[in-house]
Write a protein that binds this ligand. Structure first.
Ligand SMILES: [Zn+2]
Length: 424
C-alpha cells in the first residue's frame, strides 16, 4: 500500500465550479482522492503534513471531459483503406496510448469514446485503470455499427469485401444490429456507436438516413438491456427526431437541429456534441475551394452556428469533443474547441466551461462524483495560471496548466513554480 499523503491545500483560488458559477476566493482541500472542502479558509487550520499553495490570481476548475474522442484516429479519410484498416492494429494501439496521454495532460481528465476498432478502447481503459499507461477516465466505445453500403462503406467494391472488420461492423436488419451490439459489449464496449446518417465530415449525403427505425430501436434496446449506452452520428432533422423517439443517449453532431429539435432534446434531456471544429478546420484547409460535399458542410456549419446559442440558452446539455485524428485535424490541441465556441459561435466562456466540465461529467455518467469543484467529489482538478473565464485561450496553452489532478493524483504538477511568482 502506498504511504498516506498529506492534504493538498489550494489557498485563495478563484474557483470555476463547473455548474456555471464562480467563487472568487476559496480554499480547496484535496485529501486522498477526493475534495474534502471548498470554503473561505481552512476548516480546523493547517496540519503539519499539509502541502499549502497560495493560488492568488490563479484558478481551480474541474478536469474537462472530451465527449467525442477517437483515440486511434490518424489522418482518417486521407487513405482509401476501409476505416480502421489504415494501419496495423499494433500501430493503432500505440497511437491510442499516446493520444490518451496527450489528452489528459491537456486538462481532459475524462473521455467518452466515439468509436475505435478492435476493442482497443476496452484495453485502453483497463491499462489506464491498472496504471500501465497515463490517460483519462475512459468510457470505451464500440466499432461503428453501420449498414451495408452506407456512405462510408469502403469494404467493397474498392476493397473486395476484405475479411477484417476494422472500425466498422456491418449489420443489416434488427437481428444483426442486436447481435452486433451484444458482440461489442462482450468485447468491452460501454458505449455503442451507430452511423445513422451521412453528412458532417463524411462524404455521404446528410439527407441519407442509413439505417431503419427498426434497426435503430433494436440496437438501443439491446444496448440498454446490458447496461450500455448508444450514440449516433446524426446530420439531419428527421434522423435526429427518430433517434430521440428510439431513446438514443447521445446525439453526435446534430446538424439540422432546429427549435422543434431543441424542445425534444430538452424533454428527453439528451446531450448533443456539436463538434463543429473539425468541419471548420477542414473547410479552412481547402481555402475557398469546393469538393462537392463541402458545400453542404459549409451550409451545415453556418446553420449550427446560428442555432447553437439558442440551444445553449434553452438549456440543452451541450458538451465538447470532436473528430481529432481526422484528415487535416491532428490530435493534440484539444482545448482549441473552447476558444472556437467562444470566439466563432458567441457562446459565453463560462457556459463553454460548463459544457467541458459539469455537462461532460453528466455525459460521462458520473455527475454524482465528477464535474464540479464540490466537497466530497473526486479530485479531478485543474489549476490554471490565470482566469480562463476572462481568457479562454489560456486553456490552449499546456504551460498555463499548473496542475492536472486525476483522483487527487498529479498527472502534471508545476505548483512549486507558483511560490516564486505572485499571481496577477
Ligand atoms: Zn467521430
Amino acid at each position: 500500500m502506498a504511504p498516506a499523503r498529506g492534504r493538498l491545500v489550494l489557498e485563495r483560488a478563484r474557483v470555476v465550479v463547473g455548474d456555471g458559477s464562480v467563487v472568487e476566493r476559496a480554499t480547496v482541500v484535496v485529501d486522498g482522492d477526493r475534495i474534502s472542502s471548498v470554503e473561505d479558509g481552512l476548516p480546523g487550520g493547517p496540519r503539519p503534513d499539509d502541502r499549502v499553495v497560495d493560488l492568488s490570481g490563479r484558478t481551480v476548475m474541474p478536469g474537462m471531459v472530451n465527449c467525442h474522442f477517437h483515440a486511434t484516429y490518424h489522418n482518417l479519410g486521407a487513405v482509401t483503406a476501409p476505416f480502421g484498416l489504415e494501419e496495423p492494429m499494433a500501430m493503432q494501439v500505440v497511437r491510442a496510448v499516446r493520444n490518451l496521454e496527450t489528452l489528459v495532460r491537456a486538462g481532459f481528465t475524462g473521455a467518452v469514446s466515439a468509436g475505435a476498432p478492435f476493442a482497443i478502447d476496452a484495453s485502453m481503459k483497463a491499462a489506464i485503470d491498472r496504471r500501465l499507461i497515463v490517460g483519462p477516465r475512459l468510457v470505451p466505445c464500440s466499432r461503428d455499427i453501420s449498414t451495408t453500403g452506407h456512405a462510408g462503406d469502403r469494404s467493397f467494391p474498392s476493397h473486395w469485401d476484405v475479411g477484417a472488420l476494422g472500425a466498422i461492423r456491418r449489420s443489416d436488419g434488427p437481428d444483426e444490429f442486436r447481435r452486433s451490439v451484444r458482440l461489442e459489449i462482450k468485447e468491452g464496449a460501454e458505449m455503442i456507436k451507430l452511423f445513422i446518417t451521412g453528412g458532417h465530415g463524411t462524404v455521404g449525403p446528410r439527407e441519407q438516413t442509413e439505417l431503419s427505425r427498426a434497426e435503430l430501436a433494436a440496437a438501443v434496446e439491446a444496448a440498454h438491456q446490458r447496461g450500455a449506452r448508444v450514440r449516433g452520428h446524426i446530420a439531419n432533422k428527421e434522423a435526429l427526431l427518430m433517434a430521440l423517439d428510439c431513446s438514443i443517449d447521445i446525439v453526435d453532431h446534430g446538424d439540422g437541429m432546429d427549435t422543434e429539435c431543441i424542445e425534444r432534446l430538452l424533454e428527453t434531456d439528451t446531450p448533443v456534441v456539436p463538434s463543429m471544429l473539425f468541419p471548420a478546420r477542414f473547410l479552412a484547409s481547402i481555402g475557398g475551394g469546393s469538393l462537392g460535399f463541402t458545400d453542404d458542410m459549409r451550409h451545415d456549419i453556418e446553420a449550427m452556428a446560428a442555432v447553437l446559442p439558442e440551444a445553449n440558452r434553452s438549456g440543452v446539455r451541450i458538451v465538447l469533443g470532436d473528430d481529432y485524428g481526422a484528415i487535416n485535424f491532428p490530435h493534440g490541441p484539444y482545448a482549441d474547441e473552447l476558444a472556437y465556441y467562444v470566439e466563432e459561435v458567441g457562446i459565453p466562456p463560462l457556459d463553454v466551461l460548463t459544457w467541458a466540465t459539469g455537462n461532460g461529467a453528466a455525459v460521462f455518467g458520473r455527475a454524482d462524483d465528477l464535474g464540479t469543484v464540490t466537497a466530497g467529489k473526486l479530485a479531478d482538478l485543474l489549476v490554471v495560471d490565470g482566469d480562463p473565464v476572462a481568457d479562454i485561450n489560456l486553456l490552449r496553452n499546456p504551460g498555463a496548466l499548473l496542475a492536472v489532478l486525476l483522483g487527487g493524483h498529479p498527472v502534471t504538477d508545476r505548483l512549486a513554480s507558483v511560490a516564486d511568482r505572485p499571481g496577477g
